[in-house]
Design a protein around this ligand. Sequence first.
Ligand code: FMN
Length: 192
Amino acid sequence: MSHIVIISGSPTPGSRLNGLINYVESKWVADGHKISHIRVADLPAEALLHAKFGDEAIVKAVGVVAEADGVVIASPVYKASYTGVLKAFLDLLPQTGLRDKIALPLFIGGSLAHLLAIDYSLKPVLNALGARNILGGVYAVDQWVERLEGGEHGLSPELLLRLDASAAQLVEELHWHELKLQEKAKTAAAEQ
Ligand SMILES: Cc1cc2nc3c(=O)[nH]c(=O)nc-3n(C[C@H](O)[C@H](O)[C@H](O)COP(=O)(O)O)c2cc1C
């Protein structure tokens, strides 16, 4: 089973983004995968603002990313891009901190106007961090996510379909990735 880390870049605790995150997480947990969370807004603001690479909480969070096989980058759209809070954390990852990881973007915006934000703003950054397998991801709009009592969310049928497809795609890619690593290890062992 794989280890998936969900990095959430929303500054808002009650964000609709949580509806998307909770849904895909429940799918992966049911499949037996290990899930970790990094809520960037919960990390020390001082460390994020001043790029304190050595801060204890930052080192721990970066370590969780290093151990993960799959990385979900979840963010609301702010000013046509992902949030500044998220970027502050991505800046603290090592230069190739996403190498050999499967990345899945999950975005939510007020409208479809910035549908391409994943492609023009997030993907170049993930690429710079070494990610070579970046899935298409999901871009949701606020009207697809209803806030319910008790912090729950109601997701539209259209959004559920997209999340189901992306959650399944990540698992499939992780499976192939695992097989590839096993094959590499066998070849290396045979060459010794
Ligand atoms: C500061 C700010 C900037 C925003 N900029 C955009 C934008 O450029 N495009 C867009 O579609 N939605 C924009 N929105 C709407 C949010 O993406 C959307 O409402 C999202 O669900 C809010 O998530 P949050 O509750 O985690 O902040 C913006 C919202 C905020 C607060």
